[in-house]
Design a protein around this ligand. Structure first.
Ligand code: THU
Length: 167
């Protein structure tokens, strides 16, 4: 028997330790929570993606009375980014969340489905997405989705196929 150790490292930083670009993206994610449609959970989540061409796109969670029909802020944002700018790698994704008492003090992390969509986003562009998770007390910086989704399932497990064209 062999034990396999997975080494996962994330940074915990303060707002002051961020650079200007990171601060702007976090601010955009926080602002995006104002456009959340979350009458059921009352938990407003915002996300902001910085694309390689310098464009920032934002999104928020959009809920539905038929609960599973709603979607998270991360997927709203990534699907919008990938559909409007299919050739632009997503460099960074910032996520912020607030409840009735304000922004969460410890960062929330993306759900499993959003992690899988982040993985596909990275695979499409061939580069990692730096992930910034906002909390009032601290901010986590993750170098890519691997830290959130080790042992992931990707296209490499599927039968060999023609080079994907993306269409
Ligand atoms: N939610 C997100 O938008 N992102 C996350 O990372 C976690 C959860 C949303 C889904 C739902 O609208 C609400 O938060 C409560 O789960």
């Amino acid at each position: 028997m062999k034990e396999i150790h997975l080494d996962i490292r994330i940074l915990s930083v303060s707002y002051d330790e961020l650079d200007d670009r990171e601060r702007a993206l976090i601010n955009a994610a926080k602002e995006a929570t104002a456009r959340s449609y979350s009458p059921y959970s009352k938990f407003a989540v915002g996300a902001a993606a910085l694309l390689a061409n310098g464009v920032t796109v934002t999104g928020s969670n959009q809920e539905n009375a038929a609960y599973p029909s709603g979607t998270c802020a991360e997927r709203t944002t990534l699907f919008y980014a990938n559909s409007q700018y299919p050739d632009q790698p997503v460099l960074m994704l910032a996520i912020a969340a607030r409840n009735a008492s304000g922004f969460v003090s410890t960062p929330i992390t993306p759900c499993g489905a959003c992690r899988q969509v982040l993985l596909e986003t990275e695979k499409r562009s061939g580069q990692p997405v730096r992930i910034l998770l906002y909390g009032e007390k601290n901010i986590y910086i993750l170098p890519g989705v691997k830290t959130l989704l080790p042992l992931s399932f990707g296209a490499e497990f599927l039968p060999a196929q023609e080079q994907a064209t993306g269409t």
